[in-house]
Design a protein around this ligand. Structure first.
Ligand code: PAF
Length: 280
């Protein structure tokens, strides 16, 4: 079957109604500019034999900075060719007006874990993410939705929303996909020149040095990571924090039982990069 392209709510609904009774739906929400990280999510959905729906929507609600939204890479034609080639069943490409019509005023807001880590620096970012993801869940009613572990806090908050709101969708996570240098794949990487791309690979190499047995406490580890990053040319560090994987609580003493995870955000040539690593 050729890939269906739906550009309106009407077309989305009409096409989904045809499949809903006999097939499970797998949803991969994206903002386009697809890379192998997205393809890993799609592959997983297809492996599970889901009717696979990919959405491409650069969600203005989750950008706290107008310039960042303007700069966000868009390559719709290329994305569609990729999706057709791998036989995605349906691609939904709504216009902003269809998702947020004039007068739109309803938002999802999580209040305990949205203002830490990335949320501390990006006001209302996660409210924007949760609002659009919730809308896509309502519009598409997927059995499962797929998200990458690179955006660990996003994944955590989406799981929390599903639990808190009794949404009937299973969240399936997929490990971070990295380039040959170790850099976590992200659409924003397209904004980096080749020299910065190479430099950015240092982030993961340094994160991997986080070993429980080598550091007395998180303070010592954070200090070490910071020094290493700066020595490797990553100087514009937004945060480095160690938190528990299961509840995002801060940890002070390193203890494997807490499943500590190091979270980092840094800028390279004005491009925001994030990553996380489960400390062992
Ligand atoms: O991870 C992303 O690309 C976005 O935050 C998402 C989940 C597609 C919502 O706009």
């Amino acid at each position: 079957m050729p890939t269906i392209i739906a550009r309106s709510l009407h077309s989305l609904k009409k096409n989904l109604n045809r499949v809903k009774k006999n097939k499970k739906i797998g949803l991969i929400p994206t903002m386009g500019s697809l890379h192998d990280g997205h393809l890993a999510l799609i592959k997983k959905s297809k492996k599970l034999k889901f009717f696979t729906v990919v959405t491409i929507f650069v969600n203005p609600l989750q950008f706290n900075n107008k310039n960042d939204l303007k700069k966000y890479p868009v390559q719709e034609k290329k994305d569609l060719n990729i999706l057709k080639k791998i036989n995605v069943d349906l691609v939904f490409i709504p216009k902003t007006q269809q998702i947020y019509p004039f007068g739109y005023s309803t938002y999802i807001k999580e209040i305990n874990h949205s203002n830490i880590l990335c949320g501390e620096y990006r006001a209302n970012h996660f409210s924007g993410v949760l609002t659009v993801v919730c809308k896509l869940f309502i519009l598409i009613q997927p059995d499962s939705a797929f998200f990458g572990e690179k955006d660990f806090q996003q994944l955590f908050l989406i799981k929390k929303m599903v639990k808190d709101l009794n949404l009937e969708v299973k969240i399936i996570s997929v490990s971070t996909v990295r380039d040959s240098n170790g850099l976590a794949l992200s659409s924003r990487n397209k904004l980096l020149d080749s020299k910065s791309l190479k430099l950015a690979g240092a982030i993961y190499k340094i994160l991997k040095k986080s070993k429980v047995k080598n550091f007395k406490n998180t303070k010592a580890l954070v200090l070490y990571l910071k020094k290493q990053l700066i020595n490797n040319g990553i100087v514009d560090i937004e945060y480095i924090e160690i938190r528990q994987s299961k509840n995002l609580e801060k940890v002070n003493i390193l203890n494997k039982g807490h499943q500590p995870r190091v979270f980092i955000a840094a800028y390279l040539k004005g491009v925001r990069l994030i990553d996380n690593y489960k400390i062992n």
